[in-house]
Structure formats: C-alpha cells, structure tokens
Write a protein that binds this ligand. Structure first.
Ligand SMILES: [Zn+2]
Ligand SMILES: [Zn+2]
Length: 121
C-alpha cells in the first residue's frame, strides 16, 4: 500500500496517511482521517476537557417523578416518589415514620384472605 497524501479539513494542510496507518485504520474499520495529526490531537485535547469550558454531557440528575397523594393517616397533601396504588395506604413523611416505615398492616387486613380460604372448608 502506498502512502497517501490527504488534506486536513481543519487547517487545509496536506499530511501523509502512511501505509502503516492505512492498514491500522482498515483493520479497525475506520474511514480515512480527515484531519492531520496535530489537528486531531488538538481536537482530542479539547474534547477531553483541557479547558473548563468543556461541559460534561451528563445531565445533573434525573428528576424523580413525584406523585401527589393524600396521606392516609392525617389527610395532608404530600408527594411520594412512587405511583400510589389505590389499594394501599400512602403516608406523608411524618406519618410514614410514625407508622414505622414497615407496611405491617393493622390487625385484620392480612387475616381477611386467610379467613376466606378457611371458610371454604
Ligand atoms: Zn490540520
Ligand atoms: Zn400524614
């Protein structure tokens, strides 16, 4: 493979795309470089945050979706980070802590299913 002379799309200078490089690019499946070595290096430096102007493309933090609910205990309007289900009590933060954070059902709720099963006998 003969060396190729390419023209840099950034600075317009001709540069050599050596046979070695051509082979390397071919094995990697890359297309011919559009820029000379120095322009490529400059670009890379810019992209990798040489300057503080480069803002990372990372979003600050995904907003957690909050749902408006009414506390099942005190009736206060509050927000919860999950979709409330109609069949479950939702508590505001205060009540949630008071309840103990567990979803230990008040007496009787859990037994209903059991009673039904038992009544079949
Ligand atoms: Zn260049
Ligand atoms: Zn409450």
């Amino acid at each position: 493979m003969p060396d190729k002379t390419l023209t840099c799309s950034d600075c317009g200078q001709e540069f050599t795309f050596t046979a070695e490089e051509q082979e390397f690019y071919a094995t990697r499946g890359f297309t011919e470089p559009k820029r000379c070595r120095s322009c490529r290096a400059t670009r890379r430096n810019e992209r990798e945050g040489g300057g503080s102007t480069t803002v990372m493309d990372r979003p600050p933090r995904p907003e957690r979706e909050m749902f408006d609910v009414t506390c099942s205990n005190c009736g206060q309007a509050t927000k919860v980070p999950f979709q409330p289900r109609g069949d479950r009590p939702v508590y505001c933060r205060d009540c949630f802590e008071r309840v103990g954070g567990g979803n230990r059902p008040s007496t009787g709720v859990m037994d209903r299913g059991g009673n039904q099963a038992r009544s079949r006998y």
